[in-house]
Ligand binder design. Structure first.
Ligand code: FMN
Length: 357
């Protein structure tokens, strides 16, 4: 008997990729695609309070550096969007706030622009954010679907990017109808990119997490940084279920809605195996306290997608308010644990303790 394959083979046209991007935005703005049962695991950690910080709050310094670039705070606006007019506006608002505070930013997958150069502008925010670390983005699996060095270089050039993020999304591709599910032999292709591109390559997940074993394989082929993008936040299985074209896609999305390695577990696991790795933590971080816990567990940079999307979609003011409060929350954690800067804070990791369940 000939069973149907997991993914049908008709390739997506540029316009259907654009439609998909628009749908992703609409669906992600709804709370119901956030994980419910699986959590980041950060709630099991608590800071030891310092009643006498011997510091002036005003002197708390959040500045840091990542892959050789200085940042005003250890924050990343995670890769999200591009390809439509709404996406362009969101990218422009995100870029403006990132530039204002000197934080890093990623854009959404640029596949739509590689295939339809007319939408390149919807990603191109370098003129708005001339000095921030700006990260290009493509799906790693595209390396098995005719993408190579030239397409990656294009994505980097279109953005004047400081690094290329390759995202890994095997679960999402399985659920999507016509998903790209051939993930074989990607490592040597990633290795060739790391050797051939003029900027560092970062690899991230999209909300299901990266284990230490996978991170090690990626580092061994020359990847410069890992973003664990763990479970506990936006669930791409839920997103794909919401936009299901048929019963099969809806069912697969529901079955795997809470799949993934919780973000806290990823950070601890990856950091213990790779002490010197440039490590980004993301996936379900929703405030500055979550961000501070991720940093204390070993992340160098913390990323958020959904909170920034929601605020940027609402207004520039909402985005600016969110940024100010995130920074205040981070500063408060440093202040109330008695640390003036991030280096001191990180060095004092033992102050973090696990709550009894
Ligand atoms: C609307 C939207 C679009 C996204 N598109 C991409 C993408 O194109 N490439 C990518 O690497 N990650 C993409 N992501 C995943 C995020 O970068 C992030 O890994 C994930 O949403 C988990 O973070 P969160 O829980 O803070 O939302 C997208 C997320 C959202 C909300």
């Amino acid at each position: 008997m000939n069973l149907p394959t997991l993914a049908a083979d008709a390739p997506l046209s540029p316009s259907s990729i654009q439609d998909r991007k628009a749908e992703h935005l609409r669906i992600c703005l709804d709370d119901k695609v956030q994980c419910q049962e699986v959590t980041t695991g950060l709630e099991y950690y608590q800071f030891s309070h310092c009643a006498l910080p011997e510091l002036d709050f005003e002197e708390i310094d959040l500045s840091t550096s990542f892959l050789g670039q200085v940042l005003g705070a250890p924050l990343l606006i995670s890769s999200m969007t591009g390809g439509t007019k709404t996406a362009q506006l969101i990218n422009q608002r995100l870029a403006a706030i990132a530039q204002h505070y000197g934080i890093a930013m990623g854009v959404g997958s640029q596949r739509v622009a590689v295939e339809n150069p007319a939408v390149t502008d919807t990603f191109a925010v370098r003129s708005i954010a001339p000095s921030i670390p700006l990260f290009a983005n493509l799906g790693a699996v595209q390396l098995n679907y005719n993408y190579g060095l030239p397409e990656c270089q294009r994505a980097i050039d279109d953005l004047a990017a400081n690094a290329l993020i390759l995202h890994l999304n095997p679960l999402q591709e399985c659920i999507q109808s016509r998903g790209d599910t051939n993930f074989r032999h990607l490592l040597p292709k990633i290795e060739a990119l790391c050797a051939g591109l003029p900027v560092p390559v970062i690899v991230k997940e999209v909300g299901n997490g990266i284990s230490a074993a996978t991170a090690q394989k990626l580092i061994d082929v020359g990847v410069a940084a890992i973003d664990v993008a763990g479970a506990g936040g936006t669930s791409w299985a839920k997103v794909e279920s919401e936009r299901a074209e048929d019963q099969r896609q809806r069912r697969l999305g529901q079955t795997f809605a809470e799949w993934g390695i919780p973000t806290a577990e990823c950070i601890v696991d990856v950091r213990s195996q790779l002490p010197d790795l440039a490590l980004i933590a993301s996936g379900g971080l929703r405030n500055g306290l979550d961000a501070a816990k991720a940093l204390a567990l070993g992340a160098d940079l913390v990323g958020m997608a959904y909170p920034f999307l929601k605020a940027a979609h609402e207004s520039e003011t909402a985005l600016s308010d969110l940024m100010a409060i995130l920074l205040a929350e981070l500063q408060m954690v440093l202040f109330c644990t008695g640390h003036r800067n991030l280096a001191d804070f990180r060095a004092a990791q033992p102050l973090l303790r696990r709550q009894p369940h």
